[in-house]
Design a protein around this ligand. Structure first.
Ligand code: PGA
Length: 263
């Protein structure tokens, strides 16, 4: 497998990205219905990148539903190998051929329930880039870490781990999602300034690790209880480039409102 040639991919202007992480919800039929409803509701939206990340079993039906629209397809995880005897796993090649453009990697639920580590996230990030998939790399601290003033240390560990041994040019193609673990599915959102502060920290870290522009070039999304009631104030912050939405992405109306708040 030769490396995907990113230099031939035009670097699009930085426009907001709103990604829906459907987690382990929706059968393939329900997913088709939700994606079809979103295609209709968001037909006029072309200045925000909308990415739907359904479960693996619904990727094909969502792809079919969004055909002919601006909506893009993403997966929630993948193995780093191209193929092999890895029962239960899905390869980057499989995601690519089904129509995925994005893949969420290192989500906190995968780190805590399925023992993903910075090392495996790093292998996955490298592999995704090699195949031409854009990784959405999740980083974020737990409540006890925030309370012990360890937020920056944890984020630095996650960022350094995920992007270890990567060239600046490739890192710039990635998306990062800052998702404080205490805000995921809890209804507790980081305040816009709390979130922005961490986004800024990530930008400075990337610039110091790679090159000066890296921090500015990487899209950094906020995730954790984003809903129509709070999305606008979060998305207005200087260093928040979009959102990774869980619960509120499962309902067409609320997801539409969030997408429109980014316009
Ligand atoms: P939530 O999930 O919006 O339901 O908090 C976000 C995520 O886990 O990506």
């Amino acid at each position: 497998m030769s490396m995907f040639d990113w230099s031939k991919e035009c670097k699009t202007m930085k426009i907001p990205i709103i990604a829906g992480n459907w987690k382990m919800y929706k059968t393939h039929k329900e997913a088709f219905q939700l994606a079809s409803a979103l295609k209709q509701k968001l037909a006029d939206v072309d200045r925000t990148k909308v990415v739907l990340c359904p479960p693996f079993t619904a990727l094909a039906s969502v792809k079919e539903a969004i055909e002919g629209s601006h909506i893009l397809l993403g997966a929630q995880n993948m193995h780093w190998e191209e193929k092999g005897a890895y029962t239960g796993e899905i390869s980057p090649q499989m995601l690519l051929t089904i129509g995925c453009k994005y893949v969420i990697l290192g989500h906190s639920e995968r780190r805590s329930y399925f023992f993903e580590t910075n090392e495996t996230v790093n292998l996955k990030v490298k592999s995704a880039l090699e195949f031409g998939l854009i990784p959405i790399v999740c980083v974020g601290e737990r409540l006890e870490e925030r309370e012990a003033n360890k937020t920056e240390q944890v984020i630095e560990d996650h960022v350094r781990g995920a992007f270890k041994d990567l060239a600046a040019d490739l890192v710039k193609r990635c998306v990062i999602a800052y998702e404080p673990v205490w805000a995921i599915g809890t209804g507790k959102t980081a305040t816009p300034s709390q979130a922005n502060e961490v986004h800024l920290f990530i930008r400075e870290l990337l610039s110091s690790m790679f090159d000066k522009d890296c921090g500015q070039d990487v899209n950094i999304l906020y995730g954790g209880s984003v809903k129509p009631e709070n999305s606008k104030e979060l998305l207005e912050m200087s260093d928040i480039d979009g959102a990774l939405v869980g619960g509120a992405s499962l309902d067409a109306e609320s997801f539409e409102k969030i997408v429109r708040s980014a316009i």
